[in-house]
Design a protein around this ligand. Sequence first.
Ligand code: CA
Length: 449
Amino acid sequence: MTDRDHDARTWVDVPPGSSFPLHNLPFGVARRADGSVGAFVAIGDQALDLGRASRFLVGTAAADGLLDDAQTLNRFASLGRAAHGEVRDRIGELLIDRSARAEVQPSLVAIDDLSMMMPVAVGDYVDFYSSLHHATNLGRLFRPDGDPLLPNWRHLPVGYHGRSGTIVGDHATIARPHGLRYAPCTSVPGTNVHGAGDRVLADGPTEQLDIESEVGFIVGAASAHGNRVAPADADAHLFGACLVNDWSARDIQSFEYQPLGPFLGKSFVTSMSPWIVTLDALDDFRVDPPEQDPPVSEHLRTTGPTGFDLNLEVLLQSATMRERGIDAIMISEAGFADMYWTPAQQLAHMTSNGAHLRPGDLFASGTVSGPTPGSEGSMIELTRRGERPIELPDGSQRAFLHDGDTVTLRGWAGSDPTTRIGLGSVTGTITASRTADATMHDHRTHEEH
Ligand code: CA
């Protein structure tokens, strides 16, 4: 399905520049208008209902009803790349075959009529730190007196285990997290605090709520305990890619993170986009990653084009902008192609101690930042921790996120807008801090409208 001529051949009306042309065909899970849930494949502004279309998928992994009422894609993901490719190819043929149109068309629904849900139940979530530019920028901000890169950084893809239970889908509301952080005395009304000049350590809502623009990869086929997956074999264990916004509370993070890494500054919520773009769809956009110096250990070494030419954007809209009908503005534009550590190396590293992979595991790239101003994938970098705030068209400024702010990540592969493979988008909106409030379940199945 990498033949771009297919686009012109499909009988589906795909708008020019759509994220989901015929050579994409990403998988997702959605709630239908009647309340039932199933698996879908996106094409243009529409999606093929794999439950309703299952009789056309005979002879593929989707024929046995696996996807009819799937609440998640985990079982399908577990079948491995050949099975995913077979189903995707068959769907591509159906959408080209004009003689099938009358029969297949009733199984197409407008994406706008669906409520997108979490595509997989994420078992384990690992977040890496694989952009040289991001790690350097953040190292300078967090440890201004030391080498921005710690000694391990060029020898292995640094990562940590995140909290999979707080991963949410599109259009989630993000309650401003609380935690222990140093804050200006003026913003801490309580007592029982420990002073540090004009700043005090106190428990309260974060004043440095941030985003991290990342690319996530979903594990398909499992691996056996005790077995290392070599970088060259990593693709066989990947289902596909999505966008990840790893929301972060910088003040909480910077107090808690040494020596064991991020914890509550990251674990409150992580957003992932609803459509999983397969590696087959991204095949035309593979690129050679940057040279690694010094050379890495044999078990992490790769050859050939193991990077991906992806483009990421971050858009921000305040509540005031929304009320006044002012469009979101783009605050960051970054490329994924020069990530120092590739997804294959990240997957190999995750299994290099013998830890096994399970279908639906998610690992994210780490913040994707470029070398130039405006290409940083987080606000702490974009604003130099508040020194250079972002000017919004409503007249306000942002060092970090305010309540009511909406952030959208968008991503796609390639530079030609007519042949883009879109990763879609993922949006989240900040709400005022609150204490215990059982809204997380709602997030996981949040309705798009
Ligand atoms: Ca991150």
